[in-house]
Write a protein that binds this ligand. Structure first.
Ligand SMILES: NC(=O)c1ccc[n+]([C@@H]2O[C@H](COP(=O)([O-])OP(=O)(O)OC[C@H]3O[C@@H](n4cnc5c(N)ncnc54)[C@H](O)[C@@H]3O)[C@@H](O)[C@H]2O)c1
Length: 434
């Protein structure tokens, strides 16, 4: 994959003056006097250039295949999009759900569809985790008449096409590169989806006629190294502990700009550790389940002074209620023709559960549900982006749209485990059985 930036150049073009050193002068004289005259050297130079070009083109193809693969367009495709966008009644919404083949995206799409909203999904089905799980989710939503466009949020032409075809009232933007630790392995994927992709999507929203209201997933990770609990929307968010958190924080600033300049109605939702059926295999509750069933040891991290890590685990149905509640209370965008016509709504809400549970407690609930004792390795938390605890204050979301989570961790995990066993069986190899 090509590098995103050339390190030696400043981000502002035109601000650099390249000095022509004596070395260049000496070398050009040397080339004129000797090398150019040698046809063998010319041949060798051309051959090297060809090799470099082939390698470069191949790597660009690879980049496109990994990052912007899409199969959209054509009469049949358009028909599917229009059908999917069809709402039951005129007071229903028409929503573009990005990341619809993802964990939260699938559940939110289904909830919107069930009440009669028109829903069009968009997802690039990337392989951050097993894409066959994403395709299985797609089957579920397709059974409810929802079409998921296969494409990337960086594909401006695709977004333009969708907004030209459909008057979306809302965009529920859930597509992102998730995961905290993977950011050390593949940082550019976070820039690609969470920064560049977000801007491409907002550009399309700002130019759309009419402009949709945008609801999007930020993250509790923006609270970073804060120690004051519970985390409130008014707390500082300038000490992220991971690149993932930094891109979500950047997203909050970027969306604010589009709200301020173009009048886009924006609602940012800071989700706190969402779990449940059809969840994400990279998350601890999911991988613990798989490994406990397989008899493999699980690694449980401890904070400083042997402090147990804790998370404000939030059940997917509660998150869905929060997403739908915030969508229903989102005011219209105020821009048109790419110009702001008046002040627009800008909101940020915590969507958590307000009752953090320690990771050892999570493990003991899973042990009971799976009827298998876990082999635990307790190790000190490495400094790779995790934070010791999260705890949400949700009074703002409660006041605005009656958000009130109602599923405790034992109840929610019971539903997760039931789904897991029906989908993968009891072998713990993560290979689908159903
Ligand atoms: N699950 C959680 O605990 C949690 C917590 C905080 C925030 N969030 C945020 O909530 C949102 C949904 O999370 P999730 O758990 O469902 O994750 P997920 O990975 O299951 O879903 C995200 C989906 O977006 C798609 N996607 C990624 N980049 C894309 C791109 N460039 N173009 C098109 N599609 C793309 C992926 O293929 C995936 O299906 C994300 O924005 C995530 O950062 C989740």
């Amino acid at each position: 994959m090509p590098p995103l930036v050339i390190d030696n150049f400043p981000s502002t073009p035109g601000k650099v003056k390249v000095e022509r050193s004596n070395y260049f002068g000496r070398m050009s004289h040397h080339w004129q006097s000797s090398s150019l005259a040698n046809p063998l050297l010319w041949l060798f130079g051309l051959a090297s250039l060809a090799v470099v070009l082939v390698v470069l083109l191949n790597s660009l193809d690879g980049y496109k295949a990994v990052h912007i693969s899409s199969t959209w367009g054509g009469a049949q495709w358009e028909k599917q999009v229009r059908l999917s966008a069809h709402r039951k009644r005129s007071d229903n919404k028409v929503v573009l759900v990005t990341g619809a083949a993802g964990f939260v995206g699938m559940h939110v799409s289904l909830a919107l569809r069930k009440r009669g909203d028109g829903v069009v999904g968009l997802d690039n089905f990337n392989s951050y985790y097993d894409p066959s799980l994403k395709r299985a989710r797609r089957k579920v939503v397709e059974n409810h008449g929802i079409f998921i466009v296969e494409g990337d949020i960086n594909d401006a032409a695709l977004l333009k096409k969708l907004f030209d075809m459909i008057s979306f009232t809302h965009v529920m933007h859930l597509a992102a590169q998730a995961g905290v630790r993977y950011a050390m392995e593949n940082p550019s994927s976070y820039v690609h989806s969470n920064i560049a992709g977000l801007v491409t999507l907002l550009e399309a929203c700002k130019s759309a006629q009419p402009q949709p209201a945008v609801i999007w997933a930020s993250s509790s990770s923006v609270y970073g190294l804060n120690t004051k609990v519970p985390f409130s929307e008014l707390d500082r968010t300038d000490r992220p502990a991971s690149l993932y958190a930094a891109t979500k924080k950047a997203g909050e600033e970027i969306t604010h700009t589009y709200n301020h300049i173009y009048g886009l109605s924006i609602t940012g939702l800071r989700f706190f550790t969402v779990y449940g059926p059809w969840g994400r295999p990279d998350m601890a509750y999911f991988s613990f389940t798989r490994d406990i069933l397989a008899g493999k040891p699980i690694t449980v991290y401890q904070g400083p002074n042997q402090m147990e890590l804790a998370r404000d685990f939030t059940y997917i149905d509660d998150i869905v209620k929060g997403c739908v509640g915030s969508l229903d209370t989102a005011k219209k965008s105020t821009g048109s023709g790419g110009k702001k016509r008046g002040p627009a709504q800008y909101r940020i809400f915590n969507l958590g559960n307000t009752s953090p549970v320690t990771v050892p407690k999570l493990v003991s609930i899973l042990e009971k549900l799976l009827k298998v004792k876990a082999k635990k390795y307790i190790v000190a938390m490495p400094g790779n982006g995790d934070v010791p605890f999260t705890h949400a204050n949700i009074s703002l979301a409660h006041k605005e749209f009656g958000y009130k989570p109602s599923t405790d961790l034992s109840t929610g995990l019971k539903k997760f485990v039931r789904w897991y066993l029906s989908f993968y069986g009891t072998r713990g190899d993560g290979i689908r059985r159903s």
